[in-house]
Design a protein around this ligand. Structure first.
Ligand code: 3PG
Length: 206
């Protein structure tokens, strides 16, 4: 799988923040059952690497990745835990090199034409657009498609079920990401059925 395949896997990539690694497997099973196989577990909590390990080992059909990768070390650790893709909110030369070294597909974050062009110089054409809503939303992405038609994005940040379709209708958007599929209260309550319903509604977007 390369980064372009990742953009085409499903319309929505759930961005999952897990405080307890014991929730990882039931959350991932609910997302896969709802039709969303690509799951980004953010490295924002101490439980994240363990959560990635568990999903990789136990959830059939899941393609688990690591999000909020901001240091070269995190890229290596995520790969070691079994992540199958990496996502970062922004990009530096060191981080890009470290993500490339893992051999995994990655979506590095950009928010401007210059940042996208810096990645293009390294042959990278699939990127995260972050923070999507605050940076200008669908209108901004549409404007980037003119001068940079070779770039395809996964916009993330401030996207909901109601606004996802506006992004997905753009030719330079492969999929969108967001945390709305795994609300903290649903995870804490163990309401896996609600998460599956949210995933199903998102999977139907395309
Ligand atoms: C990300 O890391 O991609 C964002 O924090 C997504 O969060 P949101 O969907 O809650 O904006």
């Amino acid at each position: 799988m390369n980064a372009t395949d990742l953009l085409d896997l499903c319309p929505v990539v759930p961005v999952v923040v897990l405080h307890d690694a014991a929730d990882a497997v039931p959350v991932a099973r609910a997302l896969v059952a709802g039709g969303l196989p690509a799951i980004e577990v953010t490295l924002r909590t101490p439980a994240a690497l363990d959560a990635i390990k568990r999903i990789a080992a136990e959830v059939e059909g899941a393609v688990v990745g690591a999000g909020t990768v901001v240091t070269p070390r995190q890229a290596a650790e995520a790969a070691g835990a079994g992540a199958r893709f990496l996502v970062s909110p922004g990009c530096t030369d060191r981080l890009r090199a470290a993500m490339t070294d893992t051999g995994l597909p990655f979506l590095a974050g950009v928010a401007t034409a210059s940042e996208a062009m810096a990645l293009l110089e390294h042959g990278v054409t699939a990127m995260k657009f972050f923070p999507a809503k605050a940076a200008g939303g669908p209108a901004y992405l549409k404007a980037l498609a003119g001068p940079l038609p070779q770039v395809r994005f996964c916009p993330t940040g401030g996207i909901t079920l109601d606004t996802a379709g506006d992004y997905l209708s753009l030719p330079n958007v492969g999929c969108v990401g967001g945390t709305w599929l795994t609300p903290d209260d649903a995870v804490r309550a163990g309401d896996w059925a609600r998460i599956e319903d949210l995933a199903r509604a998102a999977a139907a977007l395309r």
